[in-house]
Design a protein around this ligand. Structure first.
Ligand SMILES: NC(=O)c1ccc[n+]([C@@H]2O[C@H](COP(=O)([O-])OP(=O)(O)OC[C@H]3O[C@@H](n4cnc5c(N)ncnc54)[C@H](O)[C@@H]3O)[C@@H](O)[C@H]2O)c1
Length: 245
């Protein structure tokens, strides 16, 4: 544990597992206090020393408002937002329903927008902060059989660039982490073997494997910390070279 982020307060969405849980651990290990939110009640297990939990759906405006308020009430501020909550529907375009589209866009794009807006308001009034959104390689390249997901992650990248432009005069930085495939349970609503399935994409990455959540948390943490003080508006690939070709 270091004290690099001592005194800083972070809000991490989608924190119950995967990249979100790894990010909470990374931020805590540097001394930040964290409000961890997720739609899954299992998130409550994270509550403890320096971590408070709020269970709710990121796409609901009220949840974004309550999350920002809870960070201030519990820990006295909000310096870092990691808009990580996400979901995917992996279907051919002809099989993708309007409900699939709305669900993915509402979590990945609307949810990030609502939380970023609330965090921005607090950060603007308190002298600045860092917003990190968790995009995807699908923020920059199209992913077949993931139309809604690709559209949502492209939207997230553009949202983040606007946050960077509007935030700069207020000391607010905003960046996107764009991971390649990560070994998590992201697709578990589609497939019982979601981890094995995701691992099978290893060869598509020049580094020959998929990422572990902790490797993505390192990049998120860098962008959330003052170490990246001159980085804003960037889409930072953490994709094992997937988009280098
Ligand atoms: N796993 C991958 O291959 C991969 C690749 C690139 C980007 N990503 C992105 O990384 C981020 C984290 O995904 P992960 O791989 O850790 O998956 P995950 O499913 O393990 O974690 C996502 C978390 O978001 C939460 N969540 C989903 N919908 C929510 C909602 N409406 N409100 C609140 N919380 C909600 C889930 O409950 C879950 O805890 C996502 O934005 C995802 O799109 C993942």
């Amino acid at each position: 544990m270091t004290s690099e982020l001592a005194g800083k307060v972070a809000l991490v969405t989608g924190a119950a597992r995967g990249v979100g849980a790894a990010t909470v651990a990374w931020l805590r290990s540097r001394g930040a206090r964290v409000l961890a939110t997720d739609i899954r009640p299992e998130a409550e297990q994270l509550a403890g020393d320096g971590v408070a939990v709020l269970v709710g759906d990121v796409s609901e405006e009220d949840v974004a408002l309550r999350s920002a308020a809870a960070a201030i009430e519990r820990f006295g501020g909000l310096d870092i937002l990691v808009a990580n909550a996400g979901r995917s529907v992996n279907k051919a375009i002809t099989e993708t329903t309007a409900a699939d589209w709305d669900e993915v866009m509402s979590v990945n794009a609307r949810g990030a927008f609502l939380h970023a807006r609330e965090a921005f308001r607090v950060m603007r009034d308190n002298g600045g902060g860092a917003i990190v959104t968790v995009g995807s390689f699908a923020s920059t390249v199209g992913l077949a059989e993931a139309a809604a997901y690709s559209a949502s992650k492209g939207a997230l990248a553009q949202l983040t660039k606007v946050l960077a432009l509007e935030g700069a005069p207020h000391g607010i930085r905003a960046n996107v982490v764009a991971p390649g495939v990560i070994e998590t349970d992201l697709l578990d609503t589609f497939r019982a073997d979601s981890r094995a399935y995701l691992r099978s994409f290893g060869d598509a990455h020049p580094l020959g494997r998929v990422a572990q959540p902790e490797e993505i948390a390192e990049v998120i943490g860098f962008l959330a910390s003052p170490r990246s003080a001159f980085v804003t508006g960037a889409v930072v690939a953490a994709d094992g070279g997937y988009t280098a070709a």
